[in-house]
Design a protein around this ligand. Structure first.
Ligand SMILES: [Zn+2]
Length: 413
């Protein structure tokens, strides 16, 4: 039995726009951002954080430092190495799906970060060193490439087994039903290539103004006759009309992320293998009302929305990544995990985003404790294998690892 963490990230600060880490930290850390960055450039500081974390990983400041320490490594291979180490107790065999992210269209302002092609090139180098345990997904954005050009760009990567699935992150500034994604969905369904998409009311988002992404309430769609398009348009209109919601993408980004946005896609591609990550979010599982729910412009409970989609569409999946840090939320969904929909729930953690909550090894062992060893094993191996299986990848067959390749003969003396 091989365990797979279906949801992790290894991109470094160099791949993300400058404001990225400020966005994912609480506001109290904001004023310290420059000092923290300065100290993290010192190797002794990194060493100190690691040693402190080993002894007492629970302090709030220390957790944020650990998160920043992970995200500001020099290379993606170093981030991966740190994650891998946290799994040493589970044996050497764990596999990781690393979700790349196209952050090139997060704003309309210029940014100096490394572009998606550089991020992917570096990821391929990590894969060359860990071909049997490092399984990246390719980050896709309809503003980068469209239609057949997008399919060609992704297909080439999946066919030579450099990448194993597709990652979407709509709150970066697009709708999942964007017509530019139509051909990609058709191909992904045909080849059963898995798609992973972010689906919580929180997370990262577009940082420009609403006018750049939602100029009006009638976004182009790959399925104009879909019966849910009117409800989607109404919701977008409510966001546009609400002064507080339209002022900040942490609110209006919800219009892009709403689970209902996948229905026009699924009506057209009913066997698309689609994972709506995080099971709607721990907040929605626990019934906490987000600001946009309190305002009444977007009242739906996303956990229930995801459950509803899974009941209708046979190839809609979810994962417990990030959500698993909240023990109470995990306990709340236990009956669902044991029921018929449980077969389409995947184990993942969302490393290193979760370092803000707890060290990785603690998260995994706590999760295993709550689920019990049998359910954990099914979610982390059977289910993840099932989800990953495509026309191009059989998770049961091992890749030849770098170590078994004959090393070059040393020069004779
Ligand atoms: Zn994630």
């Amino acid at each position: 039995m091989r365990i797979t963490n279906i949801h992790s990230h290894v991109f470094t600060g160099a791949c993300a726009p400058d404001h990225f880490f400020r966005m994912v930290l609480p506001t109290w850390a904001d004023r310290w951002a420059d000092e923290i960055k300065y100290f993290l450039e010192k190797p002794w500081m990194r060493g100190l954080i690691k040693r402190l974390a080993g002894r007492r990983g629970d302090g709030l400041l220390l957790r944020y430092l650990q998160f920043l320490e992970a995200g500001t490594q020099n290379t993606q291979e170093q981030v991966f190495g740190a994650m891998r180490q946290a799994y040493s107790l589970l044996g050497p065999d764990t596999r990781f799906v690393a979700l790349t992210l196209n952050m090139d269209h997060m704003d309309v302002l210029p940014s100096r970060h490394a572009r998606i092609e550089d991020q992917l090139r570096e990821v391929e180098r990590v894969r060359a060193h860990y071909p049997d345990s490092f399984l990246p997904f390719v980050g896709v954005d309809p503003r980068h490439l469209q239609g057949e050009a997008l399919v060609r760009w992704v297909r080439e990567k999946v066919e030579r087994r450099a990448f194993f699935g597709i990652k979407l992150y709509p709150s970066l500034g697009f709708f999942p039903f964007d017509p530019a994604l139509d051909a990609l969905y058709a191909w992904a369904q045909e080849e059963q290539v898995p798609i992973m998409t972010h689906c919580t009311r929180y997370g990262t988002h577009f940082t420009g103004g609403i006018q750049h992404v939602l100029p009006h309430a009638d976004p182009p769609t790959l399925n104009p006759s879909s019966p849910v398009m009117p409800a989607i348009r109404d919701r977008v209109a409510r966001y546009l009309a609400h002064p507080k919601a339209r002022a900040d993408a942490k609110y209006w980004g919800n219009a892009l992320l709403h689970p209902q946005n996948y229905e026009p896609v699924l009506e057209k591609y009913p066997h698309l293998k689609l994972c709506l990550a995080h099971f709607g979010g721990d907040d929605q599982i626990l019934g906490e009302a987000h600001k946009v729910q309190q305002w009444g412009i977007d009242p739906d409970n996303w956990h229930q929305e995801v459950v509803g989609l899974m009941q209708v569409w046979p190839n809609v999946w979810t994962d417990i990544s990030y959500t698993l840090y909240k023990a109470e939320a995990l306990r709340r969904i236990l009956p669902l995990l044991a029921g018929p929909l449980g077969d389409r729930v995947l184990f993942g953690t969302d490393y290193y985003m979760t370092l803000r909550e707890a060290p990785e090894a603690d998260l995994v062992s706590r999760c295993r404790g709550i689920l019990g060893p049998d359910l954990f094993a099914r979610m982390a191996s059977e289910h993840t294998d099932h989800y990953l299986r495509s026309r191009h990848f059989d998770p049961a067959v091992r890749f030849i690892t770098a170590r078994t390749v004959t090393p070059p003969t040393p020069a004779s003396t």
